[in-house]
Design a protein around this ligand. Sequence first.
Ligand SMILES: *[C@@H]1O[C@H](CO)[C@@H](O)[C@H](O)[C@H]1NC(C)=O
Ligand SMILES: *[C@@H]1O[C@H](CO)[C@@H](O)[C@H](O)[C@H]1NC(C)=O
Ligand SMILES: *[C@@H]1O[C@H](CO)[C@@H](O)[C@H](O)[C@H]1NC(C)=O
Ligand SMILES: *[C@@H]1O[C@H](CO)[C@@H](O)[C@H](O)[C@H]1NC(C)=O
Ligand SMILES: *[C@@H]1O[C@H](CO)[C@@H](O)[C@H](O)[C@H]1NC(C)=O
Length: 764
Amino acid sequence: MESKIQPFFLTFFLFIILTHAEETLGTYIVQLHPHGKTSTLFTSKQNWHLSFIQQTISSNQDPSSRLLYSYHSAMDGFAATLTHSEFKYLQNLPDVLSIKPDRLLQLQTTYSYKFLGLNPARENGWYQSGFGRGTIIGVLDTGVWPESPSFNDQGMPPVPKKWKGICQQGQAFNFSNCNRKLIGARYFTKGHLAVSPSRIPEYLSPRDSSGHGTHTSSTAGGAPVTMANVFGYAAGVARGMAPGAHIAVYKVCWFNGCYNSDIMAAMDVAIRDGVDVLSLSIGGFPVPLFDDSIAIGSFRAMEHGISVICAAGNNGPTAMSVANEAPWIATIGASTVDRKFPAIVRLANGKILYGESMYPFDRRTRTGEELEVVYLSNEDTESQFCLRGSLPREKVKGKMVVCDRGVNGRSEKGQVVKEAGGAAMILANTELNLEEDSVDVHVLPATLIGFDESVILKNYINSTARPLARIEFGGTVIGRTRAPQVARFSARGPSYSNPSILKPDVIAPGVNIIAAWPQNLGPTGLPEDSRRVNFSVMSGTSMSCPHVSGIAALIRSAHPAWSPAAVKSAIMTTAEITDHAGRAILDEDKQASVFATGSGHVNPQRALNPGLVYDIRPEDYVAHLCSLGYTMSEVFSITHRNVSCHEMLKVNRGFSLNYPSFSVSFKGGMSRKMFSRRVTNVGSPNSIYSVEVMAPEGVKVIVKPKKLFFKRRNQSLSYRVWFLSRKRVKKGNGMDFAQGHLTWLHSQKGSYRVRSPIAVTWKS
Ligand SMILES: *[C@@H]1O[C@H](CO)[C@@H](O)[C@H](O)[C@H]1NC(C)=O
Ligand SMILES: *[C@@H]1O[C@H](CO)[C@@H](O)[C@H](O)[C@H]1NC(C)=O
Ligand SMILES: *[C@@H]1O[C@H](CO)[C@@H](O)[C@H](O)[C@H]1NC(C)=O
Ligand SMILES: *[C@@H]1O[C@H](CO)[C@@H](O)[C@H](O)[C@H]1NC(C)=O
Ligand SMILES: *[C@@H]1O[C@H](CO)[C@@H](O)[C@H](O)[C@H]1NC(C)=O
């Protein structure tokens, strides 16, 4: 019977879908002309926005039922639900600049939900100074767990007078959850509810249900907490990068991701609330800047003097995977830290496989039981990856189960093994992860091994009648590995939408970061995990981003008059290109390219006092966008400036943005490029700087002048640099490139060092 009914149902169903496709509502973000001719006819922006919907939809409907958000600070426009034909109609109304479908973006942890990380509490002198005081960091994420000790407001100054934000009431959250540390909290659901109108299965309030937002906001501005640890691992003082800063959270990400319409609404209100820094550990794939809501909203934020810091994304090591690449955004890649949590596997044949774990082992013995090892690769792929319901109890009961990494969450695999009666787990990297480590908390004794080790292990299992192994836990080990290194997952340049700017800008710690965690969630974030913690461990460019947001707050606190471009320049030109051992930063086992590191690894202490900065005024970006070949209306939709690019580029012949790094692209017969730059003295008066160039292979670099004499503070001087291609450097991987750097050195030895990376590519 059933097999006969089904086809009928299918056809019937398809018929309904097809005939009603026109009527399906989708969410669209509509950008309007900020000084639209029709806007003066209305008493409020919202009424103006409603008038567009009213003209579009049938007269018996209430236009306000379709309006999700009215935007006026991050952009002029609104988000609304429309049918396809309504979308077509609205597109052609006067004053409509652009209209685009809503997009779902993702948080940038290496496992997109509920997995864990660990922060190196950097015990540097600069913490003691209470830096970051008076600044406000706005974090767009999954909300916050306000009772976490990281958000206590002991010793915090009063809420800044300029603050206009609120502590929005909602499920299990009210104004009493805010204090002088956590000064604001809001949540944005409309974009989500438009797509999935059924109940959102989590707190409908700024309260964090997943842990990600609690983790990132405490990384940026968390209060110092002594004795912070995850089951005794990494014990020490935990604190955010700017422990003196205030935090405002904007919950825009829900269980399945973050909609652009909600993100825009949060940026819109955050600009009016008065934040100084916006931290977005959110992203997707690169898109042209005029199609990128975060790029457009952050342009407005930048004009209001707000530093916007974004995650570069986790789609590395693929080239051109870097997202959030607008030049007015600071784009942050991920690096490793020098902290390890060894948990080796000792095979019965005497071989030792290196692995890492954060399982709460018995401190006296440190050693797990010797167990029989099983790897169910012959069953099916589901059991190879230990997916839910895939492990036959009779095959795994009491055994150490090998699970390949990927598909489902790493901690979830542990839960699956435990539920099936397994006694321990070995997580095995595949060709996709190679030797990339990621420490997780598990519900049973477990460790993660690299790809090389997993080959040895699987060969051993294959060649042995009854393979046996035990896991030996080593606790926390600091300083034995070279660090920082580029994290394998960290997104790489060159920039897809904007190749004349080198991206990412810098890298910052993003692997095994420990930070605050919701007190009602187990450290794995799994529903079955009943253990309670205040801290947990996560990895991703999501974790790197708030480190830099905190550093930006420190700089702004020390230099309140600096523009966002000056703050970013300070972070970039002082970044390190060597690791703690003084050798070049590594990416896997080779020297990292500037497309992986940008300017290098952040150095907060030096960033506070950079000597020189490359400043950029908002209007400079207009000429830059023209140089990308954007049309007048595309440039207008980002900058709200109506210019003829033709005229603009004629007046600014040979224009190059005053960016603190160089991206040189030789095309066809073109073998010579000139850039001008302007540096401003923010160090001591009467300073002399001389240039030092490490030329990229195959390229001659000429700088004029070679010395800069600054009489005063705040004095600006220009220089020019020519790049002459002598020979194309063949890299054989489809991309011909070379790299170097240009550094301005202060005459006083050991004083300021202002470095810019140079990336050179050859295109045919
Ligand atoms: C706010 O929440 C706290 C507990 O989190 C509760 O004690 C208090 O009664 C609530 N206040 C209001 C006005 O709902
Ligand atoms: C183990 O042996 C089986 C059959 O002998 C083979 O198909 C499989 O590829 C081997 N696996 C490894 C990891 O060597
Ligand atoms: C978490 O922090 C609270 C407040 O400081 C403390 O009372 C509690 O014992 C901590 N919980 C754990 C598991 O350490
Ligand atoms: C820009 O200015 C031109 C003429 O000056 C005008 O025709 C055009 O509509 C303007 N565009 C926008 C987006 O304001
Ligand atoms: C630095 O110079 C710029 C213009 O060149 C000026 O707007 C600014 O006020 C000056 N800042 C200080 C601290 O003198």
